[in-house]
Design a protein around this ligand. Structure first.
Ligand code: HEC
Length: 462
């Protein structure tokens, strides 16, 4: 747990200040393809509004399934709502969405679907934002109220993009991480549906590499709920092997992190996330000799029997052809002393980082709490005033993200980062029907965290 303590942040700051290395750092997530989808879907909505082919007698356009709803579902929902994906029902057929019509409308109106926790008002624009516009919801509402007109398959607009075209076209990865066997998730508690497993993989790196892109390829999308990739230093490897040896099942059980003292987050994936891709020449350092730990969150609601063997394609910065690598570092800020009283419906934990006297180029953030978390907000006091960096007003453990900004943000010194976490520890909000208890920092399911990772560039020349 030492890793999360403020001294680490200070040490990282010291590295920023003192390091003589000429590299910068960064980590990222993949979100570009979502942006394209979102743009496409915006067009779809406009088409829907503008098209006259479904006009009724009064001249008012009545949306129908093939012309309007089907393309909307494809753009906004079906990355998750198809057969064999993580969502419980498929919405890619007329029958499928008709059956769910009112519920789907409600989910869109309340903002529950598509899932996208960050508040729009806070922070710079994010890559891969999932959203559905008010106009699109209005079209959907009209369709529901008109009694789900089906229209003709021949009315369907041509797909907005070639569905066979790869969204991520990077060719062969430099390295594919594979833990090497089919794993059958098994929740440790009889009533539970979640299994958190860590697998240790040796990337066999002889020299430091800079991770530029990660493509997560879930083996079984019915059970993989999220996957985090960490690097762990060589001297922690023995401890990890011991954890694997002590666990009766393959890998080892883990919830809040890989259970070592120095894990470095490299990437995170939840369903619907595009491959993580940093800008050209940018990368997160993976040291020679380090091990990789992948933390898998399995959810067995859809499939209690299925097994999984997920793969992770890594792409490194080509150090031979890149004149200057921009190194990204992923620095945690955490409130380790958090203490949440039993029964408290609105406990607050706040942590402020040390003041950083340098401009910081911030590429993104990744906030993290566990199951009692209600909301989390990341801000910074800077030389140019306070900036809001991320606000998740309704924290949902299942939809945590590794959020990259569309444009890196330069924070004017002095920079004082701040993190505010709220928790509901009332009887009504207890996992697995437990009685409320005092909760402190820890990696266990019933422990809590108040943590944010800052994805920053190491300043050039330092
Ligand atoms: C990124 C994945 C993802 C996307 C995109 C997505 N969903 Fe979902 N949806 C889920 C999952 C997973 C569930 C199951 C509940 C949960 O885990 O939140 C769900 C549940 C639902 C439910 C049931 C909610 C309830 O109250 O029981 C509806 C209805 C729904 N989605 C509709 C939609 C619609 C309509 C869209 C598009 C506008 C959409 N979803 C987009 C993943 C997604």
């Amino acid at each position: 747990m030492k890793i999360w303590q403020n001294p680490i942040w200070r040490a990282a700051t010291a590295v920023l200040l003192l390091s003589a290395a000429a590299c910068g750092t960064e980590s990222s997530e993949a979100e570009d393809a979502d942006v394209h989808l979102a743009d496409d879907a915006g067009d779809v909505a406009e088409d829907a509004d503008g098209s006259a082919d479904a006009d009724d007698a009064s001249g008012v356009s009545v949306p129908n399934y093939y012309s309007h709803i089907r393309p909307m579902m494809a753009a906004r929902c079906n990355e998750c709502h198809v057969e064999d994906a993580i969502a419980p029902m498929a919405l890619d057929s007329y029958e499928g969405i008709k059956e769910m019509g009112r519920l789907a409308l409600g989910a869109m109106e309340t903002g529950v679907m598509p899932p996208w926790p960050p508040a729009e008002e806070c922070g710079p624009p994010l890559k891969n934002r999932r959203h559905i516009s008010e106009e699109e919801i209005a079209v959907f509402r009209e369709w529901v109220e008109a009694g789900y007109p089906e229209g003709e398959p021949s009315d369907a607009p041509p797909p907005e993009r070639d569905e066979n075209a790869p969204v991520f076209d990077r060719g062969e990865p430099d390295l594919t991480l594979d833990w090497g066997f089919e794993y059958t998730p098994e929740p440790p508690l009889a009533e539970a549906v979640d299994d958190y497993r860590c697998f240790v993989i040796d990337p066999e790196l002889n020299e430091d590499q800079f991770l530029n892109a990660v493509r997560t390829r879930p083996g079984n999308t019915r059970v993989v709920h999220h996957a985090l990739v960490y690097s762990v230093s060589e001297d922690q490897a023995a401890r990890l092997e011991q954890l694997e040896a002590e666990d009766e099942r393959p890998g080892y059980t883990c919830f809040g992190g890989p259970r070592t003292s120095d894990p470095w987050l490299l990437s995170g994936w939840v369903p619907g996330t595009m491959p993580l891709e940093f800008e050209e020449g940018h990368g997160v350092r993976i040291e020679a000799g380090s091990k990789i730990v992948v933390q898998m969150h399995y959810n067995t609601v859809n499939d209690t029997e299925g097994s999984d063997r997920s793969l992770f394609d890594l792409y490194f910065v080509d150090q031979e052809t890149t004149s200057r690598v921009t190194e990204l570092v992923i620095i945690p800020l955490a409130e380790l002393g958090l203490q949440i009283e039993a029964g408290d419906p609105d406990a607050v934990a706040v942590e402020e980082g040390p003041e950083i006297p340098l401009p910081l180029t911030l590429h993104g953030v990744a906030p993290h709490m566990h199951l009692l978390g209600k909301s989390i907000k990341v801000t910074a006091q800077t030389g140019a005033g306070e900036v809001c960096l991320m606000d998740i007003p309704e924290w949902d453990f299942n939809w945590q993200g590794f959020y990259l900004f569309e444009e890196p943000q330069v924070l004017v010194p002095p920079v004082l980062p701040r993190l505010e976490c709220r928790y509901d520890n009332s009887p009504a909000n207890q996992p697995d029907g437990r009685a409320p208890q005092e909760v402190r920092w820890g990696e266990g399911t019933y422990d809590e965290m108040c943590l944010n990772y800052f994805i920053v560039e190491r300043p050039p020349g330092l």
